[in-house]
Write a protein that binds this ligand. Sequence first.
Ligand SMILES: Cc1cc2nc3c(=O)[nH]c(=O)nc-3n(C[C@H](O)[C@H](O)[C@H](O)COP(=O)(O)OP(=O)(O)OC[C@H]3O[C@@H](n4cnc5c(N)ncnc54)[C@H](O)[C@@H]3O)c2cc1C
Length: 254
Amino acid sequence: MNSYRCTRPVSLAGAESLGNLLRYLLLGRGMLTSNVAEALAFVRSGTGLPAPDIELIFAPAFFMEHGAANPAGHGFSLGVALLRPESRGSITLASGDPLTAPLIQPGYFSADADMGTLLVGLKAARQIAHAPAFDAYRGAEVWPGQGEQNDTALAAFVRAHFQTLYHPVGSCKMGDDLCAVVDNQLRVHGVTGLRVADASIMPTIIGGHPQAATLMIAERAAAFVLGRSTPPPIHFTDLEETNGVTHAAVSRDA
Ligand SMILES: Cc1cc2nc3c(=O)[nH]c(=O)nc-3n(C[C@H](O)[C@H](O)[C@H](O)COP(=O)(O)OP(=O)(O)OC[C@H]3O[C@@H](n4cnc5c(N)ncnc54)[C@H](O)[C@@H]3O)c2cc1C
């Protein structure tokens, strides 16, 4: 996370007011319509990569320690997310009691390459924040902080303060190898009549946010259960835009 104080009162710091709540409820407008992560960029950390491996997320707000350690006042942030981490975590049973929580070890930065990629992203975020377009808004750098410049200091900062983007996948991966839990129709290997249909079956994380891909897994699972090779098509009709939001009638073939 690369965060700055904002020298003008234009961030979401004042979003949670009664006025904004009423504006949102009555008019569907105002700061509370923001999804906070208002601009995204998918970029390559080096030339020759077949696809972006870093996501930069711009927010007109501080977002420190999941928002729990935000300083007072206006700020803006550029988050850096690894899209194709090499680190692998694990999830194992703590006991034979199904009500006991499992042991989850995310394994963040267990692969050295991930830190190098993240630092490329952090430097890119700083470069963007120092573009002339931000001159009128950019105050002091709060995170990592102006003193944190060399790679050793930046890596120490990242290890101390990185945050998850809440996208765990792949604990129950699809495939035919010894580590695979489900086959390519989501049936659990060796168990009859049981399928898994969620983000856990992704063999590797997708290069984006997983919600849409998870919904597609669910669509495919429904089709498999019904004995279809593909889900029935969805039709969007009567497209209409109100206050910048597109509405549509959705129907699907039987
Ligand atoms: C804070 C947050 C923000 C996110 N933002 C985004 C985003 O902006 N874009 C994006 O693409 N992805 C986002 N994600 C990730 C996305 O939500 C997940 O990848 C996705 O929901 C995974 O779907 P799933 O079906 O695998 O699991 P889930 O959506 O977690 O569904 C699991 C379901 O199982 C139910 N359940 C659990 N235990 C039991 C039980 N014992 N019995 C019955 N039911 C049970 C749960 O209640 C839940 O409904 C976000 C995640 C979080 C946590």
